[in-house]
Design a protein around this ligand. Sequence first.
Ligand SMILES: NC(=O)c1ccc[n+]([C@@H]2O[C@H](COP(=O)([O-])OP(=O)(O)OC[C@H]3O[C@@H](n4cnc5c(N)ncnc54)[C@H](OP(=O)(O)O)[C@@H]3O)[C@@H](O)[C@H]2O)c1
Length: 324
Amino acid sequence: MVCSTSAGDRCEVTATTASLTARSSARQSTGPGPVPTLEQYRAGGRRSSVQGPRPGPVHGPMAAGAALPSVGDMPVAIVTGASRGLGRALAGGLARAGWRLVIDARSAGPLRAAAEELLRYAEPDGTTTTGQSVVLALPGDVTDPAHRAELVAAADRLGGPDLLVNNAGILGPSPQPPLIDYPLQTLRDVYEANVFAPLALTQLLLPRLREVGGAVVNVTSDAAVEPYPGWGGYGSAKAALEQASRVLAAEEPALRVWWVDPGDLRTQMHQEAFPGEDISDRPAPETVVPAFLSLLTERPESGRIRLPDLAGEPVTQAGQGVAA
Ligand SMILES: NC(=O)c1ccc[n+]([C@@H]2O[C@H](COP(=O)([O-])OP(=O)(O)OC[C@H]3O[C@@H](n4cnc5c(N)ncnc54)[C@H](OP(=O)(O)O)[C@@H]3O)[C@@H](O)[C@H]2O)c1
């Protein structure tokens, strides 16, 4: 394992890197084609030794019908905002399933801790299905174009992205003000993080994702579709993200684009949304990971996905309809 701060605050957590070159050259030498499901990875792709590129089409993460990949062909995901909360849980699920990951967050310390935890899934006595994982953790702000370029470059180093999870987001002020009082500069900041940054990252990655029949997951909220008083800033930003996702799905039929509502989750953002309230009854973010992974496995048509609908409704107190 290498986890060094010698290059700024970057933390590169690497279980095995020998197969990266093989995977990269496989991508460069072949075109798009059918790809194995995660179910197939789990069923038969759990090889523990490095193998060369397999013949046949380059795979993306999720289409059925292709030969099993070598470990050098394990798929690559960028998960933004993975130092805590939902992003950390989703990254954990992907790492356990053998994905190579590029993750970020603004605060380097928690991001490093998350990356080190992810690596544990790749150790021989861990729970990963492959015995191999790579995590590149890049501290930075998704609203910063230079940081977004670094994320893309890191995914390229791993062989190229198959999946983008636009999870990073902010609530805005806590408590949230009604629209009449909402400071417009603060609203702009909310839109920068929740709308423009995910769209900009998607723009950078689209050519790569098209090549492999990849997927974009934009994390949204029921506040995007319900007019909850006080949720006009965050909610309208998520609504914009949803409509951008809808149009993207229409424009990019070769991809899967899912705008994913995870439901109420017990996270820092959710606590900010309900300051001073006891949110201990909300489900932990880990509870939606199986539904998220099944989404990648099933690869339904592009569209709006409510993870609790895939997993069975998590138990919440009556009357709590609003997620963060
Ligand atoms: N929790 C819920 O009930 C709920 C419900 C519906 C939807 N969601 C959505 O789920 C996603 C995750 O929310 P969460 O509840 O897990 O929030 P959280 O606990 O606040 O975690 C947010 C993560 O994103 C990172 N982040 C925030 N702004 C960033 C930026 N500008 N650049 C890079 N990283 C950034 C944070 O780290 P740093 O602060 O260090 O940057 C952290 O890792 C969000 O899109 C949220 O809108 C949550």
